[in-house]
Design a protein around this ligand. Structure first.
Ligand code: NAD
Length: 308
């Protein structure tokens, strides 16, 4: 395995951006990639830009950097850290992945899109590069089916929590082909260099933390509906009143992203044969309706709360 000095994070959304910031805070140079936007914004049109312009093609990762610089709580230790992140896109910059020491997949929580990306990564992969997925609970084994060659030994789950700078836990999830030395080296790197607390988890649906956390959040929502409680009441009793710094329920769901949360609940509902568990992980209609309306939480400006 290569000594890790540089990394690429693919997906510059809620988690990818935050992970990139944490790596930059720890002294790593980071390439942050996202897809190329399909449309121009009114501002682009007003300034005569086209879809061929590099600034337009890098917009999603560029916007993520702007968001990180204004994040509260702060994503960066100080301003110099932001300079270690280079924004790019997966069409123009994919070949650059062959030159980094660690590739982190942090794209949408869907098995098929993650598998397509892994196949593309394998085509540019250079031996010794670790490839990890930030999946919340998709099977690492199922994802590894997309990899044909020796990259399989260097692929594992490395699941950061939100927000990555502040949450200490990282779950490491080896697949059956992951080299044990890679798992051990990543555990040491995450603990000593990134200051994380690592738990090695089995490749079960949603691993450990999200199996418990998603169950609890869904149960809380169902109790709210059945009892006729309000979002504010539930947040009041699951937040500071329990000694937690912030509400553990709806404000947390807004931070996670409601679309992502639905995928994570489905990770269990779709893979269990246990009827009671299927029911416990079923997505409430109210949540599905919100996502259909585009209410995705903080990232869209509206979730259970409106961002002001
Ligand atoms: P998100 O929806 O905020 O961001 C996903 C990003 O990936 C988007 O910017 C999208 O444009 C980009 N993307 C999609 N397909 C792509 C592709 N083929 N190539 C490049 N970029 C692509 O999602 P998120 O919340 O950041 O979640 C990312 C991953 O992290 C998921 O697997 C999720 O389950 C996991 N995760 C999320 C949280 C959380 O709190 N949101 C916590 C831990 C883990």
């Amino acid at each position: 395995m290569k000594t890790i000095r540089t990394a690429a994070v693919i997906g510059s959304g809620v988690m990818g951006a935050g992970i990139a910031a944490h790596l930059a805070n720890s002294g790593l140079n980071v390439l942050l990639l996202d897809i190329v936007p399909e449309r121009l914004t009114p501002d682009d049109e007003a300034s005569g830009k086209s879809l061929a312009d590099r600034s337009v093609r890098n917009r999603l990762a560029g916007d993520a950097l702007t968001r990180l610089s204004h994040a509260s709580p702060a994503a960066f230790f100080d301003d110099s850290c932001a300079g270690r992140i280079k924004p790019g896109n997966v069409e123009d910059d994919f070949a650059a992945l062959s030159g980094v020491d660690w590739i982190i997949e942090a794209i949408t929580e869907k098995l098929d899109v993650k598998k397509q990306l892994l196949t593309r990564i394998e085509a540019v992969w250079s031996p010794g590069t670790v490839v990890s997925s930030n999946t919340s609970g998709i099977s690492i084994e199922a994802m590894a089916e997309a990899i044909a060659g020796p990259m399989k030994a260097f692929f594992l789950g490395a699941h950061f929590f939100n927000p990555p700078r502040y949450m200490q836990l990282v779950e490491l999830i080896p697949g059956s082909s992951t080299n044990e030395a890679v798992v051990a080296a990543m555990k040491t790197f995450l603990e000593r260099r990134l200051g994380k607390g690592v738990v090695v988890a089995k490749d079960t649906p949603n691993f450990i933390a999200n199996r418990i956390g998603t169950y609890g959040l869904l149960a809380t929502m169902n109790i709210m509906e059945a009892g006729g409680y309000t979002v504010g009441e539930i947040d009041a009793v699951t937040g500071p009143a329990l000694g937690r710094p912030k509400s553990a329920t709806f404000r947390t769901l807004d931070l996670v992203g409601l679309d992502t949360f639905i995928h994570v609940a489905n990770n269990v509902a779709e893979r269990t044969d246990d009827a009671a568990e299927k029911l416990a992980f079923a997505v409430p209609d109210r949540l599905a309706d919100m996502v259909r309306r585009g209410w995705l939480g903080e990232k869209s400006g509206q979730g259970f709360y409106k961002k002001v």
